[in-house]
Design a protein. Sequence first.
Length: 397
Amino acid sequence: MSHAGRIIGIPGLEIERVVRTQSIEVWAKPSFRPPCKHCQVPGLRIKASYWRTVKHTRQGNQVLTLHLRVPKYHCRGCRRYFRHSFTGIRPRYRASEAYRLEVFEAHDGGVTQRKLSLTHRISPATVERWYQHHVSQKRSEGDRRACPRVLGIDEHFFTRKKGYATTFADLRNHKIFDVQLGRSEPSLRRYLRHLEGKERVQVVVMDLSETYRSIARRYFPNATIVADRFHVVRLINQHFLKVWQQHDPEGRKNRGLISLMRRHQWRLSDEQHANLMNYLSAYPVLQKLYVAKQRLVRFMLLKTLTRSRAKAKLPAFMALINQLAASPLKALAATLKSWLQPIVAMWRFTKSNGITEGFHNKMEMMSRRAYGFRNFENYRLRVLAHCGWDGIINRVR
Ligand SMILES: [Zn+2]
């Protein structure tokens, strides 16, 4: 490679002329004549040549424009014609791959389309098009990856018009595997049917939703269904707060009390605990339920138990559920009973959809930064670009 070619970063160029004004204009031509691309025979004849203008990387704050002399070759062997192709510049494109990548990375890093259209002298629509192109290119590489072994399924809100979406998370690698519009079996059917490697999913972590449970049974036949700790604890708290509402609507509105009620018992200071007990002493039934709730939450926080220890815990847990079944928390007791197996399975694992919740926050931020998405596919690409892979493209093709 010549010195000039080395600076420009495109091999096989011979620089003819450089003009530096507002921008950098470089005239160049191929420094060698390749063999025929069809039959590999050397000694091509140049039939004609034409000029091609391509935007290339910025040098300092100036756009570099390449004016390339492109020979049209004629092969004496196979009698075919073809045009010279340059490494890093695709046929018919008006910018080099390096230039497009530069724009993609800047836009991905938060530089606006408007700003980029000024610095890189392209239209905002072009910025968007290049961005989409790179993301979907990266996605199509990702499409070949198989289903994660430990899959987290959770719903999140998309838009008022289109409703909810389902998140599929790779809980082992802490990545979003995919997002799909809808949270019912019919709306996810098409996607799930065509998903590859479903049989290698070993664990599916989910909230206590019947829909997701039947989806998991149907589409991930080899997976153990595991209840999601985060959601179960939240459900228990919701049921408890509802019963509290019935017992003392006024106290239920007290923010300080709500915070004390929700917290784990061991996180309360002695004084806070005393205050809470003082309040509860006026409501004996509620007090009993509070104690039961605390015991229940402790059960939900069990993790990495061996099979035999999980088995040993079961009778006490069942006794507690039966006790609740005869109390105002009977609806909760019924739910927990029907989810007994996934809850016991949860005791043996550490994975939870906690990280998915974290991603949901991030996705909401992304959506806000884009002033909301209307097109789900655009949203999906953006989510996967930010939560599904590292955002760096190493190779320029
Ligand atoms: Zn040939």
